[in-house]
Ligand binder design. Structure first.
Ligand SMILES: [Zn+2]
Length: 228
């Protein structure tokens, strides 16, 4: 792949890439867009070849669509070792987390890594418990950082010529807010992140509200490292 020409014209994944504007809108951590976008890659049996594709919500959530599509494929062999990585614009809801844990229970050879741009309705206890259940089941759940944005840009986006090294440089503070909230979820603490949703993106307020239990359970260096 040349840095001068964008994705190679013979790149077999080209038709499965999304446009730069779509990527920026879907994965902006400040943007509370309703629809979910999934970028995923699958590798089988430790092979170096990786299958990449993108998906969105239909009448079902994108995670359910993924599971149904994967398990219905004739090439799907439950006995083969399989590594799946998701880059999700929203974290899974409680119902999807339940479906994912059931899928993983039925397919113990599957390893799943989930990177999310935002936490979906993170105040909802069911969503929080769902994420904890995923982590207990061995799923890696992390907030997307610049490293993942860069990776997605190079591998899932039909980026324009000479823009291989570009990725949306969203302010780190939003990633840090979501990282802190994900830590609260993992530790079983109440939410510390408050998002006041309004219609216009620029009217959306992100604030931190700490309680005594947050200070007791979260090591101060982690809070300081988040720049708070
Ligand atoms: Zn869902």
């Amino acid at each position: 792949m040349s840095s001068e020409t964008g994705p190679a014209v013979v790149d077999p994944t080209l038709r499965r890439r999304i446009e730069p504007q779509e990527f920026e809108v879907f994965f902006d951590p400040r943007e509370l867009r309703k629809e979910t976008c999934l970028l995923y890659e699958i590798s089988w049996g430790g092979r170096r070849s990786i299958w990449r594709h993108t998906s969105r919500n239909t009448d079902k959530h994108v995670e359910i669509n993924f599971i149904e599509k994967l398990t219905s494929q004739r090439s799907f062999r439950p006995s083969a070792r399989c590594s799946i990585t998701w880059f999700l614009s929203w974290s899974p809801c409680g119902e999807c987390s339940k479906a994912i844990t059931e899928f993983l229970s039925q397919h113990p050879n599957v390893t799943l890594f989930i990177y999310v741009a935002r936490l979906y309705h993170h105040m909802d206890p069911g969503n929080r418990q769902g994420l904890r259940n995923l982590i207990c089941r061995g799923v890696t759940v992390q907030i997307m950082t610049e490293q993942e944005y860069c990776y997605c840009w190079k591998n899932f986006v039909n980026y324009p010529p000479s823009n291989e090294v570009y990725w949306p440089r969203f302010p780190n503070v939003w990633m840090r807010l979501y990282m802190l909230e994900l830590l609260c979820i993992i530790l079983g603490l109440p939410p510390c992140l408050r998002i006041l949703r309004r219609n216009q993106r620029h009217d959306t307020l992100f604030t931190l509200v700490f309680q005594r239990c947050h200070y007791q359970r979260i090591p101060p260096p982690i809070i300081w490292a988040r720049g708070m």
